[in-house]
Ligand binder design. Structure first.
Ligand code: HEC
Length: 87
């Protein structure tokens, strides 16, 4: 499967929306605001999401690699990272 922002949007909706909010608009400061995630830090994204971070569960066994890549593209598209390091 080729990663795409569209696939990412669907995976995000399934796995991430309940904490990180619809269209990344987070409802509580208890959850990281993904609109502020640094576009140059894809490695940190993949690592935190795979392994979990404090109150966030690890997604490594649940979200497939191409879905994680797709969620990254989706976050980039919502945040307008087009043409930046996020692509
Ligand atoms: C059960 C609630 C919950 C769900 C579901 C959830 N997260 Fe999180 N997430 C959190 C919390 C809480 C934090 C803040 C962790 C901290 O810094 O203490 C966080 C932080 C993050 C961060 C920032 C990590 C960093 O390095 O600072 C990223 C990226 C992230 N989440 C992505 C995702 C993605 C992608 C999904 C869906 C696959 C997801 N989260 C699903 C609760 C959740």
């Amino acid at each position: 499967m080729v990663p795409s922002a569209d696939l990412g949007r669907r995976a995000y909706t399934t796995y991430c929306t309940r904490c990180h909010g619809i269209n990344l608009v987070v409802g509580s400061s208890a959850f990281f605001d993904l609109r502020t995630f640094p576009p140059e830090d894809k490695d940190r994204f993949l690592s935190s999401v795979s392994k979990g971070l404090r109150a966030m569960p690890a997604w490594g066994g649940i979200v497939k690699q191409h879905e994680m890549e797709s969620i990254w593209l989706y976050i980039g598209s919502v945040n307008g990272w087009e043409g930046s390091a996020g692509r």
